[in-house]
Design a protein around this ligand. Structure first.
Ligand code: NI
Length: 396
């Protein structure tokens, strides 16, 4: 067993407790005040420089090594979801309607443990490590807040991780190429004069037009995107009408689209507009399609993914690493960092023998293996050593 893994195993109960404390008090996007305070006080205990994220929640720790080297950033997100927890755990959320159903409490505890371990290894560390504890991953504003406050300036590479119910607890998953999808939101507003349900010949019907549009939108992925490429177009919300005997004057369709390639993104945008406008013309209604850009796909730099995998294999053992067979069509605001600097993203396996640990992320009954904290913290340490140009054998 590597020396750093052995050390982490002695510290693990402490970081499991920190995770459970955060888990009991979940805070949603840009409200992570208690979590920010807890992280800041832990970082200060380790002798790490603490920088608040301007007026926003979130905090960054800076650890300088004993010799010159590269500057790298390690990132954890801290926000919870507006979901009611139904796990029945003794440390379940104490706030109704909020819980850590995406495992960001695990991410925060994992990066704190890595900060502790790296602070203890400062004499062997080169360069600079920044610990980015960001707010608001779930509404995609958090990464941009840290970037706007300059915390990525001068960073040579950035690394992040996310829990993954499909891998066993303690296993770290890697993938070259696209890891997670890019995501944009769309909204189609269909308009007509409105009228009486008994006299359909006197007004175009926006509900009939919406029904055609929803059906035609399904042909974007099935008939326009190449079969071996991946994309999603989902209409998730439809707002229409007030009564059974009225033809309404407006229908609003809202949806989400996911893609892995930039050219697919452009194609889907064009297709949504064409289908909205073309169907509207055919059915004599008005239509306006608006697209709200989200974050791009998470695509790491192959050499840095390999570096991260090497760190995990050397410190945890090759049997604790796995190759992810496919990308996820979920999205991650880690993509905003990757637009600025090269980096890599990996998965923290959280599956156990309990079927509730294999539910989807964001499910209020989902359970997480806390072994992810140890495996993730050790992997982050190894990555920090390799990416700053330090000698990894100091941790072995
Ligand atoms: Ni998440």
């Amino acid at each position: 067993m590597s020396a750093i893994l052995e050390r982490m195993k002695t510290l693990a109960p402490e970081y499991v407790q920190i995770r459970r404390t955060i888990h009991r008090h979940p805070e949603t996007a840009f409200e992570e005040k208690e979590t920010t305070a807890l992280v800041a006080s832990e970082l200060a205990k380790y002798g790490i420089e603490v920088h608040p994220n301007g007026d926003d929640t979130g905090v960054v720790g800076v650890l300088r090594g004993a010799a010159p080297g590269k500057t790298i950033a390690l990132r954890a997100d801290m926000d919870a979801l507006p979901v009611t927890e139904a796990t029945g755990l003794p440390f379940a959320s104490e706030i109704p309607g909020r819980c850590h159903a995406c495992g960001h409490d695990i991410h925060t505890a994992t990066l704190l443990a890595a900060a502790r371990l790296l602070s203890e290894e400062r004499a062997h560390l080169h360069g600079e490590v920044r610990f980015l504890f960001q707010p608001a991953e779930e509404n995609q504003g958090g990464a941009r807040s840290l970037i706007a406050h300059g915390f990525l300036d001068g960073v040579d590479a950035v690394f992040g991780a996310h829990t993954w119910p499909e891998l066993p607890g303690g296993v770290i998953g890697f993938r070259r190429g696209a890891m997670m999808a890019g995501s944009d939101a769309f909204r189609i507003t269909i308009t007509a004069p409105g009228g009486h349900a008994a006299h359909p010949h006197k007004t175009p019907d926006p509900i009939a037009a919406a029904a055609y549009m929803i059906t035609e939108l399904q042909t974007i992925v099935s008939r326009e995107v190449a079969p071996l490429d991946s994309a999603v177009v989902t209409v998730g919300k439809m707002t229409a009408g007030t009564a059974a005997n009225i033809i309404p004057s407006e229908v609003v369709l809202e949806g989400s689209m996911r893609y892995l390639l930039p050219e697919t993104r452009e194609k889907i945008h064009e297709s949504i507009r064409r289908i909205a406008e073309g169907t509207a013309m055919a059915l004599r209604v008005g239509a306006k399609a608006e697209i709200r850009p989200g974050c791009g796909p998470v695509i790491g730099t192959d050499a840095l993914v390999t570096m991260a995998e090497t760190a995990a294999a050397r410190l945890l053992g090759r049997e604790h690493t796995a190759e992810l067979p496919t990308a996820s069509m979920g999205s991650e605001d880690f993509a905003f960092y990757l637009e600025k600097v090269p980096g890599a993203f990996f998965r923290l396996g959280t599956g156990t023998d309990d079927p509730a640990s294999h539910l989807a992320l964001h499910n209020g009954r989902l359970l997480f293996s806390e072994d992810a904290i140890t495996a993730g913290a050790v992997t982050f340490c190894g990555i920090a050593f390799l990416a700053t140009g330090s000698d990894l054998s100091a941790l072995e």
